[in-house]
Design a protein. Structure first.
Length: 190
């Protein structure tokens, strides 16, 4: 049921995610969705959680191997985020829709804020471990590094949406990695 909802949001936006539309897509009754989720807000929260958990897992954040190579893990996770953005699938399109349409839904905004905070904490911890192990050569504060990484990714994503022909996937990854290397004081991103 969530996969159908993810596809509907990816294709038609958050406003199209109604029990009636989802039941029609699934060839089921609206009562099926009502019974399973109770309210549309509960459905929206479940969708956001599913999309976030997929992103969390893809980045390797579901594994506890941080201490071995925190910088490598952080860089791989950041690069996977860019790759995920480049290779748009229904999950990513759904996430994009939530980011752009969430201000119109208090439930979606609150859930995204909660999960963003969790993601920021994870990156923060990896940056701190990298600094403690001497893997990052910069005077920048951890929070500043985190904001710069997110700003770089957001800027590239906005550019990708505005002018996709000017920012093919390989170029986007190259710009992202060059930016990461500069802000972290590395010769290049390993």
């Amino acid at each position: 049921m969530l996969d159908i909802a993810i596809r509907v949001i990816a294709d038609r936006g958050l406003q199209a995610c109604t029990f009636r539309n989802l039941a029609r897509e699934a060839g089921a009754s609206t009562m099926t969705y009502t019974y399973e989720f109770g309210t549309r807000d509960s459905l929206i929260e479940a969708i956001i959680e599913r999309v976030f958990e997929r992103a969390w897992s893809l980045r390797g954040f579901d594994r506890d191997d941080d201490a071995d190579d925190p910088l490598g893990k952080m860089l791989r996770a950041a690069n996977l985020a860019v790759q995920d953005e480049v290779e748009i699938d229904p999950f990513q399109r759904t996430l994009d829709r939530f980011v752009f349409e969430a201000p119109y839904s208090d439930t979606a905004r609150a859930k995204i804020d909660e999960l963003d905070a969790r993601l920021a904490t994870r990156y923060h911890d990896l940056i701190e471990m990298s600094k403690e192990q001497g893997l990052i050569d910069t005077e920048l504060e951890t929070d500043d590094i985190l904001m710069m990484i997110w700003s770089l990714g957001d800027g590239l994503n906005i550019q990708r949406y505005a002018h996709p022909e000017q920012l093919p996937p390989e170029r986007m990854r190259q710009i992202f990695n060059d930016g990461l290397a500069r802000m972290l004081g590395l010769d290049r991103v390993p």
